[in-house]
Ligand binder design. Structure first.
Ligand SMILES: NC(=O)c1ccc[n+]([C@@H]2O[C@H](COP(=O)([O-])OP(=O)(O)OC[C@H]3O[C@@H](n4cnc5c(N)ncnc54)[C@H](OP(=O)(O)O)[C@@H]3O)[C@@H](O)[C@H]2O)c1
Length: 251
């Protein structure tokens, strides 16, 4: 018996990085999985195969989360295949960096389109079936950069994640009476394709000595938080931000 037996979860950007680890962990906990991707089709299919091999149903669903028509079609595909949607993990995200004066509007516009508008669109469309069933778990990916700075070059990205945390609190208030919780996870110091350019050997060596736990985390540490927030038992937790970051940033 898994804690998420009978539940259906949609994870955006689930072919790689945190999204992949979260999808696999939700599957191990018993959920059936909709595995969203934008361009990483082969990677998403591998995740589907792995979830199916563990005995759960899974389907890859392509959508660029920044486009409403594609998000609408994605949710329709999920409902057609699984008949319900209980858990939405808004994980898809992009980061471009550089001194803010040099960041073209197209770059930060693109980050807002995926990180913020994508999260809002997926939430809006996933909420309808959740409100009907009076049950839902929405989990948004923030970043510790929403509340601290690790050096120049991240201002626009940090702004997108600040927006995610404000959205998380406001939505928690709005949908709490309908059985839906909304929380965020703000990871820090974990290797993925996105963070590899930042986590250079010099950076790692400098940061390691400052981390209370004296070691960096892995994608599974973020996945563990997502599974916890996705459970029925987490019903009394909403509008919160879990921070798997080794104690780097403390609220
Ligand atoms: N890595 C870190 O240290 C860190 C720290 C804090 C927060 N985060 C946040 O955690 C989330 C995942 O980050 P990550 O490190 O796993 O990044 P990653 O390895 O670069 O993966 C990004 C994921 O987002 C998907 N994606 C990007 N644009 C998309 C779009 N328009 N529509 C649908 N999917 C899209 C990608 O799918 P495709 O390959 O199919 O495009 C990919 O699966 C992001 O929200 C990120 O901001 C990361």
């Amino acid at each position: 018996m898994g804690r998420l037996d009978g539940r259906v979860a949609l994870v955006t950007g689930a072919g790689r990085g945190f999204g992949r680890a979260i999808a696999l962990a939700l599957g191990r906990a018993g959920a059936d999985l909709a595995v969203n991707y934008n361009v990483s089709a082969a990677a998403a299919k591998e995740v589907v195969a792995e979830v199916e091999a563990a005995g759960r149903r899974a389907e890859a669903v392509r959508a660029d989360v920044a486009h409403e028509d594609q998000v609408r079609a994605m949710i329709a595909q999920v409902l057609a295949r699984f008949g319900r949607l209980d858990v939405l993990v808004n994980n898809a995200g992009v980061m471009t960096r550089g001194p803010f004066l040099d960041v073209p509007v197209a770059d930060y516009g693109g980050m807002f389109a995926v990180n913020v508008t994508g999260t809002l669109l997926c939430t809006q469309h996933a909420l309808r079936p959740m409100l009907t069933s009076r049950y839902g778990r929405i989990i948004n990916l923030s970043s510790q950069l929403a509340r601290t700075s690790v050096g120049a070059g991240f201002a626009a990205y940090a702004a997108t994640k600040g927006a995610i945390e404000a959205f998380t609190r406001a939505m928690a208030h709005e949908v709490g009476p309908h059985g839906v919780t909304v929380n965020a996870i703000a990871p820090g110091g974990i290797d993925t394709d996105m963070s590899r350019a930042v986590m250079t050997p010099e950076y790692r060596a400098r940061r390691l000595g400052e981390l209370p736990v004296r070691h960096f985390g892995g994608v599974e540490d973020v996945a563990y938080c997502a599974v916890f927030l996705a459970t029925e038992e987490a019903h009394y937790l909403t509008g919160q931000v879990l921070q798997p970051n080794g104690g780097w940033v403390m609220p």
